[in-house]
Ligand binder design. Structure first.
Ligand code: GLN
Length: 595
């Protein structure tokens, strides 16, 4: 961190006389790292992050080092204060950065941990420029969008290149070409490509091919106009990826090629895909990986033997997609049930677990606002397990507690995540320990039995945006518990957190005496991080968000446990092994057949 700050602070080749202002981190070697810029045209929501991460994955599988970065136009410093209902889930990195959900896509696709160096917002860029201005770093110059703000963007990218030692930095620019707030990013890309020299950069534009039902044919005009807009900014795209519902036909690709000076081989069709994990193969079959290598003159850096193994491993995973012979139904309670993006990581983690177990996991979204102890059975009649996910505030909390009580009493597999962990502790305190007034101070500030309260160390930090316990922390596992066994008898694991409240340590003894086992704790604080109920088929909760670290090639143990328990419930006649055995089999990456 300190090192990163130093690099970002450097304004090495500033000169009061020259118009060339392009700060570089000391020791930066131009040409060592290449840059791929991914931009969207026509409309947002085309899946720039998915495209960029899939291409980066193909490059990583060839033995190249890759580093992605997402550039956001908004002025927030991070995504922590953004409403997931509008922006999708807040993804938390190991170093505590709260960022856009696309970073989750990169981590999953690349099977690589990212850091705050991989995420920039206009808020960060401007704040850094203003700080340098007050510090007198610009030596009497009037500070301008060009070259100073664009210079700051270039400094960010070069710093990432240097720190990561990447062969390729993948730069994804949020929003669409033409948005005022992203215009300076695009200008910075243009300048960077010019400064780094020919063969250093590759510009990729995503576009959309319309296919109106009334016409029944693919229309490329909107796509052409979008590309034209990019060219007006001085950028000649090298590759155009055409998103569409169906494969884009030759005629549409040819038209785009003529209007954009991009050879038709590099105007690629990117139709909708049932699973994003099939997209790397789609790009590879179209030869896009080698087009990029050629453009960036990187053919001599790749390792084909490495690629053979990496690709075989990936295909072992994708071959299983869509072949499940079993199906279970997991209910997820939540406030933002209408926006799937709010729960992207949970959906992904269930998908990873389901694919590994040969089981299709259907999700039923359950709005708990109207649920109470009398009608709860009706809501949960069809599910084979439930998740109460992370959340904030009071709405629907009592309904969630009613669902948890039902799960606990009826052997319904349960996984509580963060808020879901806290609600389960409240339920247990009320209905098993007899503390009928148990609550969280988040829900009732004056609760008589505040079993969940604000973290002592967080109390000191004032104001929103910055007072949560964030990022990766170690969790010590209690030997011989379900948690320890799920993680292969590890003494300690690392999970990611994002919370302000926790179990009040005063209640721990009472809860444990009544049968709740706290099987995961912070090593150096009395912070409860995982609980379980021994006499239940699967009843676990964690103060962490294990979904954030689930990867296609490394499904997360608690999610695999939930799905396995759901399968055992749904298919008792299959006489499946126990949950722990199944999880170890899948997460231990053994190839032995389970059933
Ligand atoms: N609102 C709870 C807290 O702040 C839970 C947070 C969450 O679920 N991410 O502790």
């Amino acid at each position: 961190m300190a090192e990163e700050k130093d690099l970002l602070a450097s304004v090495s080749d500033i000169s009061t006389d020259s118009e060339f202002f392009s700060p570089k981190p000391p020791g930066y070697q131009p040409g060592k790292t290449r840059y791929c810029f991914v931009m969207g045209t026509v409309m947002s929501g085309l899946g720039k992050g998915i495209f960029s991460s899939c291409l980066a994955k193909l490059m990583k599988d060839k033995g190249l080092k890759v580093a992605p970065i997402k550039l956001e136009g908004y002025l927030n410093i991070d995504s922590g204060t953004l409403n997931p209902f509008r922006h999708g889930e807040v993804f938390v990195l190991d170093d505590g950065m709260e960022c856009d959900m696309d970073l989750g896509t990169y981590e999953r696709m690349l099977n690589q941990d990212l850091s705050r160096a991989n995420f920039a917002t206009s808020g960060q860029i401007f704040s850094s420029v203003l700080h340098k201005e007050r510090h007198g770093d610009y030596l009497g110059r009037d500070v301008q969008m060009i070259p100073h703000v664009t210079g700051e963007v270039k400094l960010r990218l070069r710093t990432l290149a240097m720190q990561s030692q990447a062969d390729i930095v993948f730069v994804e620019i949020g929003g669409t070409v033409g948005d005022l707030e992203n215009a300076y990013y695009i200008e910075a890309m243009r300048e960077l490509a010019y400064e780094e020299g020919p063969g250093s950069s590759c510009f990729m534009a995503l576009t959309y091919i319309l296919e109106p039902k009334t016409l029944g044919e693919q229309k490329s005009k909107a796509a052409q106009l979008g590309i034209k807009q990019l060219m007006q900014l001085g950028i000649q795209p090298d590759i155009i990826a055409c998103r569409a519902t169906r494969p884009v036909n030759e005629a549409a690709r040819q038209k785009i090629s003529i209007y954009s000076n991009v050879p038709v081989d590099r105007v690629v069709s990117l139709p909708d895909s049932a699973s994003i994990y099939m997209i790397p193969a789609m790009l590879r079959n179209g030869g896009l990986d080698f087009e990029v290598l050629k453009l960036l003159k990187l053919e001599d850096r790749i390792n084909l033997r490495y690629e053979r193994n990496a690709w075989a491993r990936w295909c072992d995973f994708t071959d299983k997609i869509g072949t499940a012979s079993k199906e279970i139904n997991i209910g997820i309670t939540g406030k933002y049930t209408s926006v799937r993006d709010s729960y992207a990581s949970i959906i992904n983690a269930l998908e990873h677990a389901g694919i590994a177990l040969g089981c299709n996991v259907r999700i039923s979204w359950i709005d708990t606002t109207d649920i109470d102890s009398k009608n709860v059975q009706k809501y949960l009649a069809e599910v084979d397990g439930i998740i109460v996910p992370g959340g904030f505030g009071t709405r629907g909390a009592e309904g969630k507690i009613a669902c948890i009580k039902y799960a606990r009493e009826n052997e319904l597999p349960y996984l509580g995540i963060c808020f879901g962990f806290q609600m389960a502790v409240i339920e247990f305190a009320r209905n098993v320990c007899g503390l009928i007034k148990a609550n969280s101070t988040e829900i009732d500030t004056n609760s008589d039995e505040p079993v969940i309260g604000i973290l002592p160390e967080q109390k000191k930090i004032e104001g929103l945006g910055g007072n949560m316990r964030l990022g990766g922390y170690d969790v010590s596992l209690k030997p011989d518990t379900m948690a320890a066994k799920l993680y292969g008898n590890a003494e300690s694991i690392r999970l990611r957190f994002r919370h302000r409240y926790e179990v009040d340590p005063h209640y721990i003894e009472k809860l444990e005496k009544a049968g709740l086992v706290f099987s995961g704790r912070a090593p150096d604080h009395p912070i409860m991080q995982i609980f379980e109920l021994p006499d239940h088929p699967f009843f676990m909760g964690t103060q962490a968000h294990p979904c954030l670290i689930s990867r296609p090639l490394r499904p997360e143990a608690m999610f695999v446990g939930l799905v396995a328990a759901g399968m055992r419930k749904k298919y008792p006649e299959h006489k499946m092994p126990g949950v722990i055995e199944i999880v170890r089999e899948v997460c231990g990456q053994s190839t032995k057949k389970l059933w």
